[in-house]
Structures are given as C-alpha cells and as structure tokens.
Design a protein around this ligand. Structure first.
Ligand code: GLA
Length: 728
C-alpha cells in the first residue's frame, strides 16, 4: 500500500517509489501540508513553526494563541475565509453573498485503485497499480462538503489531485474559485518553469526565479491556449536536467485555467493550479455537487530529466487511451500544406499514389471537403461531403485509397460554424453570442454552443453520417479560434458556460471514441492551441504546431518535451521554403525533426525530385525501424536549442540496449568551433556500436566526453546516430 494514516497524530503519508507526500489534520481540524519531496521515512510535523505575526489573524477557536495563523501555516486546500491572504484554492460565497468558508477535517477513506471523474479526463490505472485517498472536509455554516481526492501511482511517482464539493446545506451557495491542487513549501528558493507562446510558436520554455509577488499563467480563451500551457514546474534554484529537486503540476483540462506561484511575506512558496476564476461562477443548490478537473503532480529528486520521464510514462500509459495507445502510428501524408483548399478527388488520389510508392501508410484529407468550403470563410457546420467539388463520394475516394494499400483519414472541426453555412442559417442561435451584441469573429467563424446537448447531438449526427459513409481510420479534430462571446441561453448562470462547454467537448469525444473505437483521433487547435493532458485522454496525439519549420520546431518540441511524450507530438515533414517562416532546410533535417513525433508528411509529393523521393523512402524505412524507440523509449534532452550550438535529443530503450541520437546543428559561423554532444541514459560499462559505421564506444565515454560533430558547411545540418549495445 502507498497511503498510511497515523491515527494518533492524524498524519497522512503517501509513499511512492522515490517520493513522500505528507499532511496532517491538526487539533483544530485544519489540514496542514507537511512535506512533498524525495522520500523520507519520518513524520514531518516537527517542521511547523509558530510565531505571533502582526496582521496575520488567528482563527477564533484557537483562543488566545496568537501564534497560530492560516496566513503562515502550510495548507493542503486553503480557502478564503480562514484568514489566509495568499492565493487560495477555494472561494465560496454563502447565501448572504459573503465570501465565507472554513473547511475542517471530518474523516477519510483509502481505496484500492485510482478514482475516476465522471465526465472528465483523468489518469487511470489497474486496481493493483494505484490507490485512492479521500479526505472529507466540511464547513459547518454553509454545509459545504469537500472531498479531496488523491490518486497514487507509486511505481510512477505520480500523485493526482482533484476535489469534489457538494452543497449539503439548505441554502444556495456559489463557487467563485476552485483549484485542484495546492503545494506549500516552507523553505527553499525556486525557479518557475512555464511554457508560453503564440499561434505557430507554442510552448517556449521560460525559467524565472520565484520572487515576492504572484506569478501567474492562465487562459481566458475557452481553450487551454497557445499562449500558456496548463503546466508548471517548480525547480530548486540549482536544479538542472540531472540534478536537484523539482515539482510538476499538470492540469488535465482543456479550457480556462490559472496557475499561480507566490513567494509570501515569510519567504514560503505556494503553487496553486486549477480552473481560472475569471468568467467562472458556479452556483450550487442544496444537494448539488461540482467536481474540479484533475492535476497530475510529480516530484523528481534528480532534476528535470527524471521529472519528464515520470510525466511521459504516466501520460503514455495512464492517460492516453484506445487502440493506438501502444501502437506505432501510421506514417501519413496530410493534404493541408500540399493543396490547402484546392483539390478534387484526382488531387487526393495522386497524393495517395505518390504516398504509396514512397511507403507511406495513410492519406489525410484536411480542410475543404465539406459544405461549400473553398476558403476559410464558409461551410463550417455543414458536415456533408461536397461531392461536386470532390468529383466522387467519400466512400469511393476512401475505397480507391484503400486499394492503393493506404488508410484514409479526415479533418473535422465540430465546435465551429461559419455564418455562411446552412447550419447557421437554420440555427443562428446555436452560435455563441451575447444578446443584443454582434459576436467577435475569428478566422471569420463563430463557436457553436457545445454546452448544449441538442447542438452537440446535431453535429454528432452529421459527423457520424460522414464517418459511416466511408472507411475512415483517422480523424483530425481541429478547433480554430478562441472563445469570446460567452453566453448560453440554456444555463441559469453564465459563469458556468465555459466549463460546461469543455464538458460538452469531452462528452462528444467520449461518444465518438465509443462508437468508433478503431479510429485514431489526432487533436488540433490551430496546431498546439489545445495541447494538454485533458485532450490526450481522447486523442493520443495532437498536432504540435501549425509551424512545420524544422528549426522553429526544435524549440517548440523541446518545450513540449518537458511534460508530454513524443508519442503525443504530431510532427510532419513539409516543403521548403517553409510556408510559415520561408526558411530552407534540408529534407534530411526536416525528417530528423519530424521523427521526434508521430512522423508524417505534409507537402505536394508530386513536386519532389527523384533523389528527394529516395531520401523520403529511406526516412520512412528508418522511422519504421526507430518508431518503437521514439514512442516507448526514454526521451533525453541533450542540449537546449535556445542556448546551445546544436539541438540534440535522444531516445533510449527501457533495457538500455538501443538508442537513437538526433542532432541538428544550428547557425553555422566562420571557423566554427568544435561542438561536442554528451549522450545520456546509456549503461556506462557497456560497449555500443554505431550501426552506421560499426564503431564501438563505451557508454561512459559517450556520456562523459561526448561525441564531436563534424564541421558543418551550412546551417542546420543534422545527424542521426543509431546505437546498439554489443557487450554488457
Ligand atoms: C488549422 C490546423 C491546420 C489545418 C487548418 C485547416 O490551422 O492546425 O493543420 O488543418 O486548420 O483549416
């Protein structure tokens, strides 16, 4: 078992393989956080200190004790109403409109297996692999009951958190803020690592010291967003890839979120992650309940590399689902950058023919196949095949593609509607807009009110008819704008709409998965605008970015790698000059970079020269050989592409017998200095063969001294080195 309760001191201890998490229900019933970090065997209540602090109040029931303050003590689930002035996890308004909540301990339950959250994505595990701790708290005045949920996967060093609140009082109350996890650190200097970006330049890694004041990341866009990924890492100031303690908090949610990190007046650090409180207001009538989405916590005592490995293992096997979870994904060619909106069945069949000749396995027909859609101004919402444009039915097209030995995949964007569409003309009120106002347009499209069951049912029906009409084995689920005009005529309180919208998206995806268990779904939102752990529960891969430029992708994929495994990263080789940046890189380099993800192509294959076709064939052969390593192996960042002269990463098989090293040299300069790349994750004593040249080198040499890169004669040269263990 991984969860222990000392009933005399009321201390809860969660032990994972390498970490310990501990908290205590103290004499007053407050839940005080005691410790999270590398494994300890002690009870840590001795670390609490008490002092009379000016302007930090004392709960009434502590009497004359001025040293006991919720403003200074570390807490498990701090709420507004007990005298804590820091960023809190829960704010509730009572029936008088007052912010008031004072949760005290009532009891607990330990269960075998990992809890699930109805209607929400969550980490899952077999009963023997995980444990659940439920801790019950109650506010006697409002009657609010809170169930803190802890899911523990000891082998993976993963602890998940969620909370369910229920109004067990007699009056309506309202949740104004609810965060799923809070971490309080009594001491230490930390850096905050987050991943910021923009459309076509997502998940840039930023590391800044945690100072006094609140640092915040959030999304108000209705989706998790390109701008900030819903993930935070707190790293001890001296922590690096292979050294130091660091903590991760990853939100399993695809909508508005907020992460706050605050160094308080006593130099204590608090990190809180959960739903955004902006545009959120959730009334609960007596008897009603609300469940907050999950946060995945992990801690590594050995730097960021181990932290990433822990997240990768958890997401790969305990969050992603479906038939393709463990399968190598088909090498696909996508029609978007090959033809954009300008195609008919001949264009697609020609692409399929070329793809088959090169060894690819699937053709994906992207945007433009439905309704009236020759550009991005019309047609969304009309999920009816435009047979006139295509020149045949979708069934016929899929069949012809299948006859060439390829699978067929299709793009959809179910949440959206164009004003110029039959759906909008029939149901203008289904698009989100605020009464009396004209909605904000983005990409000239509006957002369907997916909080509404009837709206979802209509779109679901339309899409099922298409999916039933042809042999479709893959779907790309896109979402190409942020939400703005947040209003739904069907809900009582508009502060609930954005959350209900996301629940609607999840409901749709769950139904789609249930009806089409064999279809591979790739998530997408203008590339990586909804690249989050919530979506990965439904879509085991997500188009990482609309930016297919190999060099920009180095930093995008580097940032992505801190939390998300390569098996989830949609990556394609595209044409040069690149359509987003105009940059020219070699086909080889584009291949190496795309092989850090699900791998595919997105260009007009007919325009490839003969020698390029040979390179493509070789790339596909290599990918097939390396795919199990890329998908299941451990991922090591060898350099930082933002700082170093080369971008380098490697995959190592679990048994350390095989590895694939990938290197892209960045800008070349005159009289270039020698660049060495040090490998990681190998067995130091073992001899590894470079399968290209047969050279044998010991793991220790490769890791301690590294390998020199040949001098480059142009920018962005790349290398792939395949190592196989020959002697232990
Ligand atoms: C988004 C996607 C692209 C492509 C287009 C089609 O931008 O990220 O890959 O599918 O939509 O409109």
């Amino acid at each position: 078992m991984a969860i222990y309760f000392n009933s005399s001191k009321r201390i809860f201890t969660i032990q994972t393989k390498h970490t310990t998490y501990q908290f205590q229900a103290d004499a007053y019933g407050f839940l005080l956080h005691l410790y999270y970090g590398p494994k300890v065997e002690d009870e840590m209540d001795y670390i609490l200190t008490f002092a009379d602090r000016g302007f930090s109040g004392n709960p009434n029931d502590v009497g004359a004790d001025r040293t006991y303050s919720m403003d200074a003590l570390p807490q498990e689930f701090p709420c507004m109403g007990t005298g804590d002035y820091r960023s809190i996890a829960l704010a509730v308004r009572d029936s008088n409109g007052a912010y008031s909540c004072d949760l005290r301990y009532e009891g607990y339950r330990i269960l075998e297996g990992k809890y699930a959250l109805e209607g929400l994505p969550a980490v899952y595990a077999d009963p023997g692999e995980a444990w659940t701790l439920e801790v019950y708290l109650r506010d006697p005045v409002t009657g609010l009951k809170a169930v803190l949920l802890y899911g523990v996967l000891p082998e993976l060093d993963i602890i998940t958190r969620s909370v369910r609140v229920k109004n067990e009082g007699t009056e309506e109350i309202c949740i104004e803020k609810i965060s799923s996890a809070c971490l309080d650190f009594l001491s230490g200097d930390y850096d905050l690592i987050t991943f910021y970006g923009r459309h076509a330049m997502e998940r840039n890694m930023q590391r800044v010291p945690v100072e006094h004041g609140v640092q915040m990341i959030q999304s108000r866009r209705g989706a998790s967003s390109h701008q900030y990924n819903p993930a935070m890492i707190l790293a001890e100031r001296n922590a690096c890839e292979e050294f130091g303690t660091c903590y991760g908090m990853v939100f399993v949610y695809s909508g508005n979120f907020r992460g706050e990190v605050e160094k308080d007046q006593f130099n204590q650090t608090r990190a809180v992650l959960g739903l955004s409180r902006e545009m959120f207001h959730y009334p609960l009538l007596p008897g009603e309940a609300f469940t907050a989405p999950e946060v995945i916590l992990t801690c590594s005592g050995q730097g960021l590399q181990e932290l990433s490995h822990q997240y990768h293992r958890c997401i790969r096997k305990h969050l992603c689902r479906g038939k393709y979870r463990d399968q190598v994904r088909p090498v696909l060619v996508n029609s978007w950058e090959a033809a954009y909106f300008h195609f008919d069945c001949h264009t697609i069949l020609k692409l399929a023919e070329e793809a088959a000749a090169l060894g690819m396995e699937m053709v994906v027909l992207d945007d433009g196949w439905f309704g009236r859609r020759d550009d991005d101004n019309s047609g969304l919402g009309d999920w009816k095949v435009n047979e006139e444009k295509l020149g045949c039915t979708l069934g016929e097209l899929a069949q012809k593609i299948n006859e060439k030995g390829l699978k067929f995949g299709l793009w959809i964007e179910p949440e959206m509607v164009s004003e110029d569409s039959d759906l909008y003309r029939a149901h203008p009120d289904w698009a989100m807009s605020i009464p009396g106002r004209k909605p904000v347009r983005a990409r000239n499209q509006l957002v369907l009110d997916f909080s509404r069951e009837d709206v979802r049912a209509e779109v679901f029906g339309q899409i099922c008819r298409v999916l039933d009409s042809a042999n479709i084995e893959y779907i790309k689920w896109d979402m190409n704008r942020s939400l703005f005009d947040v209003y739904s005529p069907c809900v009582k309180d508009q502060g609930t709409v954005l959350h209900k919208y996301i629940l609607g998206v999840y409901d749709f995806l769950e139904k789609l998965m249930a009806r089409y268990p064999d279809i591979l779904i790739e998530g997408c939102s203008g590339g990586g605008g909804r690249f989050d752990a919530g979506m990965l529960y439904y879509t085991p891969q997500i188009w990482c970015s609309d930016n297919t430029d190999a060099i920009d992708r180095l930093s995008i994929q580097y940032g992505t790698s801190f939390v998300y495994p390569s098996s989830t990263v949609g990556a394609h080789v595209s044409a040069v000059p690149n359509h987003q940046t105009g940059r020219i890189t070699s086909l080889r380099t584009r291949g190496v970079v795309a092989m850090a993800g699900t791998f595919g192509y997105e260009l007009d294959l007919g325009k490839l020269a003969e020698e390029e076709k040979e390179i493509v064939k070789e790339q596909i052969r290599c990918f097939h050989q390396y795919a199990p390593l890329v998908q299941q192996g451990d991922y090591y960042r060898l350099t930082d592409p933002g700082k170093d002269e080369a971008a380098a990463w490697m995959f190592v098989s679990e048994d350390q017998r095989e590895a694939l090293v990938n290197i892209v040299r960045l800008a070349n300069h005159g009289n270039m200095t020698a660049v060495y790349v040090r490998l990681k994750g190998l067995k130091p004593e073992a001899l590894y063969e470079d399968t290209d040249c047969g050279k044998l080198t010991r793991g220790s040499a490769l890791m301690k001294a590294g390998i020199p890169l040949p001098l480059a004669n142009m920018d962005y040269q790349s290398y792939q080195i395949h190592l196989v263990l020959r002697q232990d």
